[in-house]
Write a protein that binds this ligand. Sequence first.
Ligand SMILES: [Zn+2]
Length: 94
Amino acid sequence: MVKAVGSQESIHIYSDPTFVQLSGGSMNKLHKPGDEVPASGVYRVTHNPQHEKAHKVTCIKGTAFPPCRDCEHPRFVLVYAAHHIANHKHFRTW
Ligand SMILES: [Zn+2]
């Protein structure tokens, strides 16, 4: 039997000791299009619910959160931070 992924997913990943700890309460901060991405990782995006439900995206630190093509107010919240592999000390080769 296949177990559906539900609302417990976020509880599971927050309790995962391997996730990257962030200082300053970054985990709950809302970001707008044009803001700089504070940490690479998975973000939950909320839109105007009339055109799209909340979903997840991967954003890269130092880039800007993009605008939505279809609504004025997408909002991004960090769910799970993880170093981009190009910036991880064990994989950096240059
Ligand atoms: Zn939208």
